[in-house]
Every structure is written in structure tokens, then in C-alpha cells.
Design a protein around this ligand. Structure first.
Ligand SMILES: Cc1cc2nc3c(=O)[nH]c(=O)nc-3n(C[C@H](O)[C@H](O)[C@H](O)COP(=O)(O)OP(=O)(O)OC[C@H]3O[C@@H](n4cnc5c(N)ncnc54)[C@H](O)[C@@H]3O)c2cc1C
Length: 407
């Protein structure tokens, strides 16, 4: 049997969240290992693909603190306005960066491009061992450590194990931690289109009888499309010709951005709310999609995971001051749960509520939805609260979310 190597923190899953956490810890005097199953270059890489996601303000601050925001400047696009509307109904709500007194409500990035920047930075982190591809075969928990065995015979022993291995977390399965799953019976159909009119940095969320349609601004005449529809319908639409697909999108959205042309590759994702039944196990905690995998209707999943990262990184930093006995201790794990629970609960309620309300199409409910959107536009405090959530600024903020680096 091979000898084991000791680490302070082992992160399983080097996707968007695991890689962000590893970089957040790069200046701490700790030994960190990051284990990723699928190489960045592989078409099967599940975290870094063609989907465009909206980054909130807290995520931006975190990327500023870990010094990758300037590298992202060429591949992101600001969102200066969000227009929420419902097909065929009266209601329309607006959120604007100007009203909120900020330069942008968020920024749009394709996860493959974000991933490239994160992955290229990993080798510069001197305290980090990045193992990829890595297949975890077993995890043993003892009083003072987690022992992780890999298929290649390597063994790692760590004070703290962080599961950042996504919605189907194998750490969760190996440790027999339960989960709750709600299948929305929908798929998110993702692509990008060229439009004849410039988007002027506006994002659109349009609720249709089929489900919500989000358009996110990319380069000047290019717009990302996230179309949430019934799973069976999505299957059919994946087979449609480009012309048919564009014509249907145009019919639903209208001509606010001129004509829709030149569609990109279409990809579809099953939509489920998956929550880990526990946020921690002995010496172990769950972050990002391994903790909560959300419906993408409000663009919150990654931003919520970055807030997990910011909170956890600060707790890990504390262990360098309080003594390493604190790292992975029950006291530290309980603190993580206490700090993260209400944000998780609020964002799950927000996205799950929106997902359920806006897929229902019954007369009275549909009518009150329209009124709801209109009322929302007339109620600045509620709008402001929503905008602050969308930007990732609600609640007390850990250092990274304020743009302050951990040293
Ligand atoms: C259509 C769509 C649109 C979205 N839009 C937004 C948005 O606008 N804003 C937003 O904030 N969020 C959005 N999200 C959510 C966001 O994409 C996720 O929250 C984010 O990808 C979660 O990152 P993660 O690293 O936790 O998990 P994942 O992205 O699932 O990454 C997990 C990583 O772990 C690796 N892994 C898995 N098992 C193992 C193992 N046993 N050993 C080692 N490695 C392993 C995987 O290979 C992968 O790299 C959207 C999601 C979808 C589907």
C-alpha cells in the first residue's frame, strides 16, 4: 500500500467552485490539494462548457480579491438593465444599474472562458497540489482526519475535506449523506444568437406559457439564450432546424432586439433542485452545487456557491490564527452551518418559488403574475432588495465578498 500525503485541506471537485476556493486559499500558509475528475480540455468537462452565466457583484468582488477580475475583462459583458416581462400580458418590471447607483447589475461570462482563466492560474499557487484526472475511490473519516484514496493508488490525509463535486456529489454518496431532489420536469435549453439591434447591455427575463426565457448580453450583437421548457418539448426543439428555432424564439420575444440570426450550438440541461440533507459530516463540508443545485431561473447557483467559498475561506484563514486544531473541528463546521444556512434557505425559496410560479398558466394565477410584476416595478424597496440579491450584496459580508484578499 502506498504512503499517504498529508494536507490541511483537500477539495474534491475542481469545477467553478472548487477552483475558485483553491485560488482564494492560495496565500495562506496551508497545504491544499484540489482533485478534479475531468480535464479542462475534455468535452466531457461538466463545469466549464458553453453556458453563459450571470455573475453578481459579490462574485465580482471575490474575483477582484483573488486577482482574476482583470483577466476576465476581455471575456465578460456588463448587465446595466434587467427587463422582466410576461408574454401577452401587461406587466413589465425594470431594474437598472443607474437606479442602484452601481456601474453594472452583474456581468455575463461563458463558463468555459471563466474556467480557462481559473485553471491557468492554479499552477501559480505555491501551496496547491492539483491532481487531474483524479478518481476518488474511498473516504475514511477518523477523529482527526479524512483519508481519501484515489484509483491510481495515491492516499491523501487531510484535516478538512471540502466536497465541491457538484449536484451528483460522490463524496455525499460515499459518506452516505442523504439528499432531497425535486425534478421540475423541465430542461434549460442554452444557446446564443446574433441580433440585428445592439442589446445595449440589457438582460431580459421573459415569462412565457412554455416557461421562462432569459436573454443575457454578450458581445455587442450577440446574446446568450437560456430557455426553460418542459423536458419533452425541449427534446423536440433540440431537433428543430436553426430557422424553426429562431422563428419560435422571435415569436416569443418580439422584435425588441431586431431580427434574430446565426444561432450557436444548442445544449440542454435537466433541471432539478438537489439539496444535501447535511451541510457537514465529520471533518467534511459541502459547498456550491454539492450543497445546493438550483433552478437557473434567477441566475443564482454559482453566486450562492461563491458566497460559500468566501465564508469558508475566511473560516479556514481563522485556523491559521487559532491553531490548526480548529481546522475541520466540530466548532468550525458548526460555524460554517450557522453562517450559511439562512442564505441557502432564502435563495432556494426565491428560485424554487419563481420556478414554480412562472411555469403555471392558469387564468387567475397568470393574471396575478402580471399584476405582481407591475406591482414589483412600483415598489422600490422590494425591487432594491431583489436587485441586492441579484447582485449578491444582501446580508453581512465576509472579506472576499467585499473585495478584500485573505493573507
Ligand atoms: C443553464 C444554466 C444556467 C445557469 N446560469 C447561472 C447564472 O446565470 N448565474 C449563476 O450564478 N449560476 C448559474 N448556473 C448555475 C451554475 O452553473 C452552477 O451553480 C455552478 O456550475 C456550480 O459549480 P460547482 O463547481 O459547484 O459544480 P459543477 O459545476 O457541477 O462542478 C463540479 C466539478 O466537480 C468535478 N467532480 C465531480 N465528481 C468528482 C469526483 N468524484 N472527484 C473529482 N472531481 C469530481 C466535476 O468534474 C466538475 O468539474 C446555471 C446553471 C445552468 C445549468
Amino acid at each position: 500500500m502506498s504512503e499517504s500525503t498529508e494536507y490541511d485541506v483537500v477539495i474534491v471537485g475542481g469545477g467553478l467552485i472548487g477552483a475558485t476556493l483553491a485560488l482564494a486559499l492560495e496565500h495562506l500558509p496551508l497545504r491544499i490539494a484540489l482533485l478534479e475528475a475531468v480535464a479542462y480540455e475534455s468535452d466531457a468537462q461538466p463545469s466549464f462548457d458553453d453556458r453563459a452565466i450571470a455573475l453578481g457583484r459579490g462574485t465580482r468582488r471575490t474575483f477582484e480579491a483573488i486577482q482574476i477580475w482583470s483577466d476576465l475583462c476581455d471575456v465578460i459583458n456588463p448587465i446595466e438593465k434587467i427587463v422582466v416581462s410576461e408574454q401577452g400580458r401587461f406587466g413589465k418590471a425594470h431594474l437598472s444599474a443607474q437606479e442602484e447607483g452601481v456601474d453594472a447589475l452583474g456581468h455575463v461570462v461563458v463558463t468555459r472562458k471563466l474556467g480557462q482563466i481559473l485553471i491557468e492560474r492554479l499552477p501559480r499557487a505555491k501551496n496547491l497540489t492539483f491532481i487531474c484526472p483524479a478518481e476518488v475511490t474511498s473516504i475514511e473519516l477518523s477523529d482527526d482526519a479524512a483519508e481519501i484514496s484515489l484509483a491510481n493508488g495515491q492516499r491523501l490525509v487531510s484535516s478538512l475535506l471540502v466536497a465541491a463535486d457538484g449536484a451528483s456529489s460522490s463524496v455525499r454518496q460515499m459518506l452516505q449523506v442523504g439528499k432531497t431532489v425535486h425534478d421540475y420536469g423541465q430542461r434549460a435549453l442554452v444557446t446564443n444568437i446574433a441580433t440585428t439591434e445592439a442589446h445595449k447591455n440589457s438582460a431580459y427575463e421573459r415569462f412565457t406559457a412554455d416557461g421562462p426565457l432569459a436573454l443575457l448580453p454578450m458581445s455587442q450583437h450577440r446574446t446568450a439564450v437560456v430557455w426553460t421548457i418542459d423536458a419533452a418539448v425541449a427534446e423536440q426543439r433540440m431537433q428543430w432546424s436553426e430557422q424553426m428555432f429562431l422563428a419560435e424564439l422571435q415569436k416569443i420575444f418580439g422584435y425588441g432586439l431586431g431580427e434574430f440570426k446565426h444561432i450557436g450550438k444548442r445544449v440542454s440541461y435537466p433541471l432539478r433542485l438537489v439539496r444535501s440533507a447535511e451541510l457537514t459530516r465529520h471533518r467534511t463540508l459541502f459547498v456550491g452545487n454539492a450543497a445546493n443545485s438550483l433552478h437557473p431561473v434567477a441566475g443564482q447557483g454559482f453566486n450562492l456557491g461563491v458566497r460559500d467559498v468566501a465564508c469558508l475561506a475566511e473560516l479556514i484563514q481563522r485556523s491559521t490564527q487559532l491553531g490548526k486544531n480548529w481546522l475541520g473541528s466540530e466548532a468550525m463546521l458548526s460555524k460554517y452551518v450557522a453562517l450559511r444556512r439562512s442564505d441557502h434557505r432564502n435563495i432556494v425559496a426565491l428560485t424554487d418559488g419563481l420556478a414554480k410560479i412562472f411555469v403555471t398558466d392558469f387564468g387567475l394565477l397568470a393574471h396575478s403574475r402580471g399584476l405582481g410584476i407591475q406591482a414589483f416595478d412600483l415598489m422600490p424597496p422590494m425591487k432594491r432588495l431583489f436587485a441586492r440579491h441579484a447582485m449578491g450584496q444582501a446580508g453581512a459580508l465576509p472579506k472576499l465578498l467585499r473585495g478584500v484578499a485573505l493573507t
